[in-house]
Design a protein around this ligand. Structure first.
Ligand code: ATP
Length: 458
């Protein structure tokens, strides 16, 4: 991306000397008074501004320069402002730094030093931007491995953070591929048990006759083939967390045995009469409707109450506002890196397709599609067809002129950014690549509500 510099200088001679210093590498705008400088700031959004403090109507003093410095930092606080002062004007330089200027430079002009100071400011701006981008990717979830921006998932993450340090038995429900196991691992990682084992077992994947010995272990000679004793999953999780996936598929006889374990915290290995005490935190998950299973007599109600001291209902991807795109971006980045295809981006049609598709297989399905696209994409742009998705028709198709197309797209992008950021204006502005004041102007212009309540009511 081209770097942009704004030179605020009222002396035409100095203006052209400074322009000459930089115009090869940078996009340079020049302003000779406060009003012109603010207009240029809004228009070009320069990362760096050099600001001569002695501007008209106070060219001999610094009042106008300070007023402008203040205005710049209020409108675009991330801008790196280098104040240019007179030869012996240390006092004003110090005052400007105190107000938030990032550096100062004293006249007379020395091209080498000025270039050095300006480049350093660009580097600083770049680092700050990278840092912000990293924070954005760390996303609202703030839990390792979980990418989320939707208010629905952020609420789940905050609940998870509160529940994790406790030992309460937690039931995680949600469609397949929504991230139930990921959340179970996060519960473990954020608990005091984090350094102890996390043992997972999928109750639906193991034949009924083997599940009991898998869970509870067995003693030597307990059955044909039991040539030596073996610990079960529950025992191997001792001190840590036991994750029972697809608990809704657990056979009835084992439900009774599990209930006894949850009540007494003792296990009986198959073929043993000596109960063994085990200290585990239990987390269960299911994609099935447990209430329905209870009604149909396939799940014990007493066990249900035991395992659901806290329930986390994970919404499907299509129910989460803005998550699909945020997760897709994150996957494209990580898979692109893994497959040595960095710097891939989604085309506009891919973005629309990701946002409109229903994702029946949720995040797991998305991983497969993005993986495929990472392999198939020609060039740097991933298209909807690389993702094996249908490209939805452009929403601007029926618009009668370019302005309408632009406004429709702008409005949609703003709504999307607000939803993705949980209506955090600073974060939404960053997502859109505009300043916060610009975003406020745009939400006013399009009469977009800036709070989640108001927007869902509307
Ligand atoms: N919010 C998320 N951010 C990043 N990765 C995610 C997210 N949700 C799910 N995933 C990834 O998607 C895949 C499926 O998630 P997971 O296995 O946790 O789903 P699940 O609900 O347990 O599925 P199932 O019910 O089929 O067992 C995993 O690779 C997981 O890391």
């Amino acid at each position: 991306m081209t770097k942009r510099l704004l030179i605020v200088e009222d002396d035409p001679g100095l203006q052209s000397q400074m322009r000459w210093c930089f115009s090869d590498d940078l996009e340079v705008a020049v302003a000779d008074n406060r009003e012109a400088a603010m207009a240029a700031l809004r228009r070009h959004e320069p990362e760096v501004v050099t600001l001569d403090l002695g501007l008209p109507p106070d060219p001999g003093g610094a009042s106008e320069g300070f007023a402008l410095l203040d205005e710049i930092l209020r409108l675009a606080p991330q801008t790196k402002v280098i104040v240019v002062t007179g030869r012996e004007d240390k006092e004003n330089a110090v005052k400007a730094i105190g107000m938030g200027a990032s550096d100062f430079y004293q006249k007379p002009l020395d091209a080498d030093i000025l270039t050095f100071v300006v480049n350093r400011a660009f580097r600083l701006a770049e680092l700050e931007q990278e840092n912000q981008e990293l924070n954005r990717q760390n996303n609202g979830a703030n839990i390792k491995g979980i990418v989320a921006a939707s208010p629905q998932m952020l609420t789940i993450c905050r609940t998870l953070e509160k529940v994790a340090p406790t030992d309460v038995t937690t039931l995680i429900t949600g469609e397949t591929g929504t991230g139930k196991e990921l959340l179970a691992r996060a519960l473990h990682d954020l608990s005091h048990r984090a350094t102890k084992p996390f043992a997972a077992i999928n109750c639906a994947a193991i034949p009924e006759n083997l599940l009991e010995s898998e869970l509870f272990g067995y003693e030597k000679g307990a059955f044909t083939g039991a040539t030596q004793s073996k610990k079960g999953k529950i025992e191997s999780a001792n001190g840590g967390t036991l994750f029972l996936d697809e608990i809704g598929d657990m056979p009835m006889p084992l439900q009774a045995k599990l209930l006894r374990f949850l009540q007494e915290r003792l296990i009986d290995r198959v073929g043993s009469v000596n109960p063994i005490p085990v200290d585990v935190r239990v987390v269960c998950a299911t994609h099935r409707d447990v209430r329905q299973l209870i009604d149909s007599g396939d799940f014990r109600e007493d066990l249900y109450y035991r395992i659901s001291e806290i329930t986390l209902d994970v919404p499907s991807l299509r129910e989460r506002d803005g998550d699909a795109l945020v997760i897709a971006h994150s996957l494209l980045k990580s898979l692109g890196k893994q497959m040595e295809r960095p710097n891939l981006t989604f085309s506009e049609c891919a973005v629309r397709a990701i946002n409109t598709y229903g994702w029946p297989g949720n995040v797991r399905e998305m991983i497969n599609k993005v993986k495929r696209a990472t392999i198939m994409a020609e060039g740097k742009r991933v298209t909807a067809s690389d993702l094996e998705l249908e490209a939805p028709t452009s929403s601007g198709q029926d618009a009668i002129n370019l302005r309408q197309v632009r406004e429709t797209a702008e409005r949609q992008a703003i709504l999307q950014a607000l939803q993705s950021s949980g209506f955090n204006m600073a974060q939404a502005a960053r997502l859109l690549g505009v300043t916060r004041p610009t975003l406020y102007n745009l939400t006013d212009k399009y009469r977009i509500e800036t709070s989640p309540e108001a927007s869902s009511a509307g």
